[in-house]
Design a protein around this ligand. Structure first.
Ligand SMILES: NC(=O)c1ccc[n+]([C@@H]2O[C@H](COP(=O)([O-])OP(=O)(O)OC[C@H]3O[C@@H](n4cnc5c(N)ncnc54)[C@H](OP(=O)(O)O)[C@@H]3O)[C@@H](O)[C@H]2O)c1
Length: 325
């Protein structure tokens, strides 16, 4: 038997239960991982609250972890028992001592990445890889606006943008978060709870505005984000931390300057083994070179996942949070 977090109905953190289960043996093409550290991500809250529907109830939660391969199903060739590995996709259930998932979603960890670093960064780092290198291929010299710049994804984005020679303007809700974003390589910050973001962006860019806006806040920032863009440039809406963007009249893209918009996801980019490996290679190289350092800022026992989610949802955290089985 082993333990995991599961929930039977959607709601607040109180729906999460710490239960004993019979761990699934890996079927053909699957592996079972003994987790050493589990990643906490905002998407876990979307599933718990029901914004994103879970496929079945009761359900496990979480899609990111790092640990040691504990059992291998038939036909798996790239992994063996004892390998150090990490994953950021696959079925819900990473909030567990043992997690079984398709081997195609699991990558071997290089020696220079420990389990805590991997669990704190694989999902967020691959997200930044596709946002800055694929959704829009930043070459250096561009100016971008990135919301929630002191968060888990934001902290990696600040460092990657700096390494690319991109001016990242980061929005944050406090001076402490502004200081952290600047320390991570942001070019400027704006406190979006106090300042007029559009006017500040206009000042900072001498009226030019931004080449790309990366918006994971959603509902509260959608329209302001469009106003921060140059004509014919790109709005990347990739999250809903304040609620989903809905009811959009497509004509607004014309009114705001013949804009482009995309709503991407990690699964939409790391959708084949080749693409996943390419993205991991690039992200791991950024860590090895020291250009990106992962801030494992918050650690909770796995059974306290609800407390960790409450801290993330109430904007109390900076950097990444991990859960320890
Ligand atoms: N599409 C994808 O592939 C993908 C992948 C990974 C993550 N994401 C998205 O990226 C975002 C960041 O994820 P993360 O796990 O790294 O979280 P995070 O950035 O560490 O935490 C979310 C941050 O959003 C900001 N925020 C603004 N309004 C908020 C509100 N009403 N409620 C809560 N937070 C609010 C807060 O920063 P301030 O206090 O500074 O405002 C908060 O710290 C999430 O929206 C997530 O869904 C998308």
């Amino acid at each position: 038997m082993s333990k995991r977090i599961q929930f039977s109905k959607t709601g607040g953190a109180e729906v999460l239960e710490w239960v004993e289960v019979e761990p699934a043996a890996p079927a053909a093409g699957e592996v079972r991982i003994a987790n050493k550290a589990v990643g906490l991500n905002f998407i876990d809250i979307y599933f718990r609250t029901g914004l994103y529907p879970a496929p079945a109830m009761p359900t496990g939660l979480g899609t990111e972890g790092a640990g040691i391969v504990d059992a291998v199903g038939e036909g798996v060739t790239h992994l063996k028992v004892g390998d150090r590995v990490a994953y950021a996709q696959g079925p819900l259930g990473a909030y567990a001592e043992l997690h079984t998932l398709p081997a195609s979603k699991v990558v071997k960890l290089p020696d220079f990445i420990d389990f805590e670093t991997a669990a704190a960064s694989l999902l967020k780092g691959l997200t930044v890889q596709y946002l800055l290198r694929q959704t829009y291929e930043l070459k250096g010299g561009e100016t971008i606006l990135f919301h929630a710049a002191a968060g888990g994804v934001g902290s990696i984005a600040c460092q990657w943008a700096k390494a690319l020679g991109v001016k990242l303007i980061g929005t944050v809700s406090s001076q402490e978060k502004a200081d952290l974003a600047m320390a991570n390589g942001a070019w400027a910050t704006i406190n979006y709870t106090e300042e007029n973001v559009v006017e500040r962006v206009r000042e900072l860019t001498n009226g030019e505005m931004c080449d790309v806006v990366y918006d994971s806040v959603g509902k509260d920032t959608w329209e302001m984000s469009l106003d921060c863009l140059k004509p014919r440039s790109l709005m990347v809406s990739f999250g809903n931390s304040s609620g989903p963007v809905d009811g959009v009249n497509i004509g607004i893209l014309n009114q705001k300057g013949a804009l482009f918009v995309t709503r991407p996801s990690l699964n939409g980019y790391a959708d084949t083994r080749e693409r996943l490996e390419m993205m991991c290679d690039e992200f791991f190289a950024m860590i090895e070179s020291g250009k990106i350092k992962i801030d494992v800022a918050n650690r909770y026992p796995l059974q306290d996942a609800g407390k960790a989610q409450d801290a993330l949802q109430s904007r109390k955290t900076t950097g990444s949070t991990i859960l320890l089985p």
